[in-house]
Design a protein around this ligand. Structure first.
Ligand code: SAM
Length: 187
């Protein structure tokens, strides 16, 4: 799922990409390779414990183009508008309209945005609700898994494409789009 998500991020060598709520940094090496030595990866997470592990990963991998910012999304000091952002298993952010908006504010118009994670899925018959829910809950913790967790994020984006993946009995998705170049008018 992570590999598919990182591949879906549209970046050029030299670009800046944000790993929103990067956790222990499982996506940092792949993002680092995508933007190259001239690029920049900025991982943001409010948990210093998670970032300690991420920092070990950065050191062990010699990821010289990666920076880690220990702050709630919205309070991070990001020096320039970024070209892309990854929301990987960041259900806390996707469930919060404020946090989602705060993360998108770090991006330039037309930036590539990708989200991936677990969703609620319904099976016919006896497997019905509980098996996919059990799987999704493994990834969303206390949160009730949503059927379309990408929806609030996607409402801010253009050119949205969502794929449901076969992994974990079809409970995984990758959603990709771009920040709007023309501001949305309220109706
Ligand atoms: C499931 S974990 C790690 C996800 C990571 N992106 C990955 O793919 O492994 C979710 C992370 O979100 C972080 N988080 C939750 N709410 C946050 C917020 N408002 N600002 C920054 N980080 C947040 C948590 O500290 C946690 O490390």
């Amino acid at each position: 799922v992570r590999r598919r998500a990182v591949q879906a991020v549209q970046v050029q060598p030299g670009d800046t990409v944000l790993d929103i709520a990067c956790g222990t940094g499982l996506n940092l090496a792949a993002l680092s390779a995508r933007v190259g030595a001239a690029g920049r990866v900025i991982g943001i997470d409010m948990s210093s414990a998670m970032l300690l592990i991420a920092e070990e990963r950065v050191q062990a991998g010699g990821l010289r183009n990666v920076e880690l910012v220990n702050a709630p999304v919205g309070d991070a000091a990001i020096p320039e508008l970024a070209d892309a952002a990854l929301f990987s298993f960041t259900h806390d952010i996707l469930y919060s309209p404020e946090a989602t908006r705060a993360a998108l504010a770090y991006l330039r118009a037309g930036a590539s945005v990708v989200a991936c994670g677990a969703m609620q899925k319904w099976f016919p018959g006896r497997l019905g609700w509980w098996l996919p829910t059990l799987i999704s809950r493994g990834f969303t913790g206390d949160r009730e898994p949503m059927e379309r967790p990408w929806e609030r994020l996607a409402a801010h984006l253009a050119h949205v494409q969502t794929r449901r993946l076969a992994a974990y009995l079809g409970t995984m998705y990758v959603c990709a789009g771009r920040t709007r170049t023309i501001p949305q008018t309220s109706t």
